[in-house]
Design a protein around this ligand. Structure first.
Ligand code: NAP
Length: 280
């Protein structure tokens, strides 16, 4: 008798986890493609992460996503980490291999790049300088993915200068740390502006940034998705910039994980976008 699972299980480990939109995304695709399976929110306290990750195999899970605060700690708990995730220093996806070993990935950066291409198919990383604001987890994913796509200059600015400098030291060329106070001037001749700080998110003040020096052809991206239009994106739109919000990054990072677990590369449809937006 075969023990191959016909009902595929996956989920997202976080603490807390109730805010995660990943169950809506993956269960939407499971239903859309008529698959047998389920994707669950998995509330896992930090002290239980090692047991929970080990449990994936025993429970027959296809894998899981990881969100705050587990992305960094999970690196030490898997058998193999792919090169991009290692550069980012964090995992957002684990895939249980047929032999039971656990492979770790990070699709956040690929999701970010795809969200730019969805909005502007001709966009290329090497077109001109990129300005990235913030130096947290999202910034690491953005910086690594831009560098991997061939960006020649990434200007990194963070309120706490030492964190931007530490990332610039770690990644080297093309990343250059610039003092936060110079953020308005740093926009001169930029081709891309990305906000990865939490400024402009629901409950937070707007990002304090004058856009005057930003060339009109620059693409402006905010990885925040609540709200879908942050004050930064609103101001950029008013100046005529093409803008990209964080929903595309969220949806695109989920596609390769779903493919690895359920064997279908899913599409991002208007119905899926509407289902997520309905939760805001
Ligand atoms: P994080 O690691 O906590 O980093 C937060 C960043 O915001 C830091 O650079 C921090 O600077 C900066 N910041 C906080 N308060 C600030 C202020 N008053 N002025 C200027 N900068 C300030 O968070 P994260 O995980 O990178 O997430 C950042 C944002 O990205 C969140 O809004 C999150 O929802 C979003 N995100 C979106 C996606 C997606 O799929 N679209 C994925 C991941 C994250 P300091 O170092 O000075 O504290």
């Amino acid at each position: 008798m075969s023990h191959a699972p016909t009902f595929r299980l996956a989920g997202v480990m976080g603490w807390p986890i109730s805010h995660s939109r990943s169950p809506i995304i993956h269960n939407h695709w499971i239903a859309q493609y008529g698959l047998k399976g389920s994707y669950a929110p998995l509330p896992v306290a930090p002290e239980n992460l090692a047991d929970a990750v080990r449990g994936l195999r025993a429970l027959g899970f296809a894998g899981c996503n990881l969100t705050i605060p587990h992305k960094v700690a999970a690196m030490a708990l898997v058998d193999q980490v792919d090169a991009t995730a290692r550069r980012m220093g964090a995992l957002n996806t684990i895939v249980v291999q047929p032999d039971g070993s656990l492979h770790g990935f990070n699709n956040d950066g690929a999701g970010f790049i795809q969200s730019l291409l969805d909005e502007q198919p001709a966009w290329r990383a090497e077109t001109g300088p990129a300005v990235v604001l913030g130096a947290g987890g999202a910034a690491r994913a953005v910086v690594v993915s831009l560098a991997e796509r061939g960006a020649k200059e990434i200007r990194l600015l963070n309120r706490t200068a030492a964190k931007a400098q530490a990332l610039a030291d770690e990644f080297g060329i093309p990343v250059r740390a610039i003092p936060w106070e110079q953020r308005a001037d740093a926009l001169a001749d930029a081709a891309l502006l990305v906000n990865t700080t939490n400024q402009g998110m629901v409950g937070q003040p707007a990002l304090d940034l004058a856009l005057d020096a930003l060339p009109k052809h620059a693409l402006v991206c905010d990885v925040i998705y609540t709200p879908l239009e942050t004050p930064l994106l609103k101001a950029a739109k008013a100046r005529g910039h093409v803008t990209v919000n964080g929903l595309g990054m969220l949806l695109n990072q989920a596609r390769p994980a779903f493919n690895a677990w359920f064997g279908v590369m899913p599409e991002i449809t208007p119905a899926l976008r509407a289902a997520i937006v309905a939760t805001f």
